[in-house]
Design a protein around this ligand. Structure first.
Ligand SMILES: Nc1nc2c(ncn2[C@@H]2O[C@H](COP(=O)(O)OP(=O)(O)O)[C@@H](O)[C@H]2O)c(=O)[nH]1
Ligand SMILES: [Mg+2]
Length: 321
């Protein structure tokens, strides 16, 4: 694909719907797919980071105030995987989360849930530091159980919390990208890693449990977590035209951080699989020794096919994590 295309779009009546042309293109992908999605508030540099991951000099997700950001939805770019021969890298860029002027806020939670379900690696992008505000923005995580059902009706009796326990089996690896990070990575006078910074930020604090719910669900649903922090890539006056700037004028710290991030994703982001180890291609899922089965991207037969039962989350104890 030369250019990204819209995969999930707002219909005129405000509902989300798949774009049939993008689905057809995806279904023509016969290789195993490595799906990396990015989510987070609008205008926090998500598309720019995905373009770096694509590693192309030209084309890519549009930045800033463009036609794309007038709607909410998910954009897709399929590329040959830069490190893994015979694999396709599918980049999914979510649009417009948190932007109340651009459509229905209810759609945001659905877009986030779709990004979770479609991806093998989910990059959550935020600006500044991982503080209470950043965690509050992650309320989408606490709403996942309202939207996703892990078991189809008739597969035995349901226990409370069963769906949320199942989530872990097919949810993506979670990577938190903290942009324009200004703190020192230190704790009690000791230098810490980015991952330690994340884990420390996700510790239960004194106060009402409600405030800490995103932390709780991050722990519960996403046991694989990584964190990358990034400096501001350029002086403020240049930020609006970042994609036109030559590499040489970007902050060397940012370039190194972006290189490490891309290298991690290219090396570690796994092939999209479903429970039971079924590798997903754009077309179908291959079970070991079983040949292809209809995977049904967009056909409603994914793992989230539901029964109407809405489970309740959070039956597990969580104290100090
Ligand atoms: N401050 C800052 N701005 C950035 C960064 N990356 C991209 N931008 C700029 O922020 C604006 C929005 O970027 P974009 O990638 O479209 O954000 P998105 O809406 O989250 O996809 C553009 O003008 C970019 O040039 C970053 O790391 N820090
Ligand atoms: Mg964008």
């Amino acid at each position: 694909m030369e250019e990204p295309m819209c995969l999930i779009e707002n219909s005129p009546d405000g509902e989300l719907q798949p774009n049939q042309a993008a689905l057809a293109l995806l279904q023509s992908v016969r290789q195993p797919v490595v799906v990396v999605a990015i989510a987070g508030l609008y205008r926090t540099g998500k598309s720019y980071l995905l373009n770096r991951l694509a590693g192309k000099d030209r084309g890519g997700f549009s930045l800033g105030a463009t036609i794309q950001s007038h709607t909410k939805g998910i954009w897709m770019w399929c590329l040959p995987h830069p490190r893994r021969a015979g694999h396709t890298l599918v980049l999914l860029d979510t649009e417009g989360l948190g932007d109340v002027e651009k459509g229905d806020a209810k759609n945001d939670a659905w877009i986030f849930a779709l990004a979770v379900l479609l991806s093998g690696t989910l990059v959550y992008n935020s600006l500044g530091t991982i503080d209470q505000h950043a965690l509050e923005q992650l309320h989408y995580v606490t709403e996942l159980t309202e939207r996703i059902k892990a078991k189809a009706a008739g597969e035995g009796s349901r226990q409370e919390g069963e769906d949320s326990a199942e989530f872990v089996r097919f949810f993506p690896a979670f990577v938190w990208a903290v942009r324009d990070f200004t703190l020192q990575l230190e704790l009690d006078g000791r230098e810490i890693t980015e991952d330690e910074y994340l884990e420390n930020s996700l510790k239960r604090r004194e106060g009402p449990e409600k405030l800490d719910l995103p932390k709780k669900y991050l722990h519960q649903y996403f046991p694989s977590r990584k964190c990358f922090v990034f400096d501001r890539p350029a002086p403020r006056r240049d930020l609006a035209r970042l994609d036109e700037l030559p590499e040489a004028v970007l902050s060397p710290e940012f370039l190194e951080q972006a290189r490490r991030f891309c290298s991690h994703i290219h090396q570690q982001a796994g092939t999209k699989t479903l429970p039971g180890g079924h590798v997903v291609t754009g077309t179908c899922e291959w079970g070991p020794g079983r040949g292809p089965r209809g995977m049904g991207w967009g056909s409603g037969r994914g793992p989230w096919g539901g029964s109407g039962h809405v489970p309740r989350a959070g039956d597990r104890e969580w104290g100090t994590f």
